[in-house]
Design a protein around this ligand. Structure first.
Ligand SMILES: [Zn+2]
Ligand SMILES: [Zn+2]
Length: 276
């Protein structure tokens, strides 16, 4: 598999990054040049996919062709760049819309990341639970009837269904909901029911045969990896292949948090290269 071929050989890669076609803050060429400047050998673009709901962060279907063309242009350019890959971070919204649907399966991508950002509320309306914690707390009260456990369980249900449907290579930030849920309840990750949801994700990821991402985007800003470090031992015990990605939206962030993650992985006995 492309991703494990890379992660088995080197730590000089980043396979989760955003572009001008979604909510990235620099042209793809600037991101790739920044990666080259930092000695990266492999760099994958993964814009937020087109989506079936209103979302300012996602790319439009009309922009998919220009995106693919731009990666092709950079792949064949004479500029000294890392090996480039055409990825996409595909939102799972429901069984009718996710990485598994024909539309995404037919796109000529090098790999697909499956991620959940939207959680259906009690009326089935998908709500963006990513964003700022202030906004999340407001949504929690206004559209989720102040039921935090519902939101968290529903988020993980989405992740599990996405894994069951498949159609992607790498599971993006598997516990991203914890970023906001832990603001609403700092004890939430200590609850046995929460831990059993993580166990379910780990076993589903194993069955789905996907790479699990260690997302390092917020380790400096918010003090946590996704998944949280407390769950890494479960990944190790399950012998899940992992990849360490910065989820960069800015050129200066292409390496954000990756060195810290590799240090901790090493200290946790994962060893290097990551061969699981
Ligand atoms: Zn994401
Ligand atoms: Zn992302």
């Amino acid at each position: 598999m492309l991703i494990t071929d890379i992660t088995a050989k080197t730590d000089r890669y980043n396979l989760h990054s955003h572009t001008q076609f979604c909510d990235g803050h620099a042209p793809m060429e600037a991101m790739a040049r920044a990666a080259a400047d930092r000695g990266m050998l492999h760099y994958g673009f993964s814009p937020h996919s087109p989506i079936c709901v209103e979302s300012g962060a996602n790319m439009s279907r009309e922009n998919v062709k220009p995106y693919l063309d731009e990666v092709d242009r950079l792949k064949s350019s004479s500029i000294e760049l890392p090996q480039l890959y055409t990825g996409m971070e595909i939102d799972f919204v429901s069984v009718d819309f996710g990485p598994h649907i024909d539309y995404f399966q037919r796109l000529p991508l090098d790999y697909r990341i499956g991620s959940v950002h939207f959680v259906p509320n009690q009326d089935g309306i998908p709500v963006d639970c990513d964003g700022s914690s202030e906004r999340f707390i407001r949504y929690l009260k206004e559209v989720f009837a102040d039921d935090l456990r519902y939101v968290v369980e529903k988020y993980f249900e989405q992740v599990l269904t996405m894994l069951e449907r498949g159609g992607f290579d790498m599971l993006g930030h598997l516990d991203k909901i914890a970023q906001n849920a832990s603001v609403a309840d700092p004890e939430i990750e200590r609850q046995p029911w929460y831990e059993s949801l993580i166990d379910d994700v780990v076993s589903h990821a194993k069955t789905a045969n996907v790479v699990v991402e260690i997302n390092t985007k917020y380790i400096n800003e918010k003090g946590r990896f996704f998944p949280h470090e407390q769950w890494w031992q479960k990944l190790k015990e399950a012998k899940l292949p992992i990849a360490v990605n910065s989820d960069a939206h800015w050129p200066e962030k292409v390496e954000e948090g990756r060195a810290q993650a590799f240090e901790k992985l090493d200290a946790s006995g994962f060893g290097f290269p990551l061969k699981q």
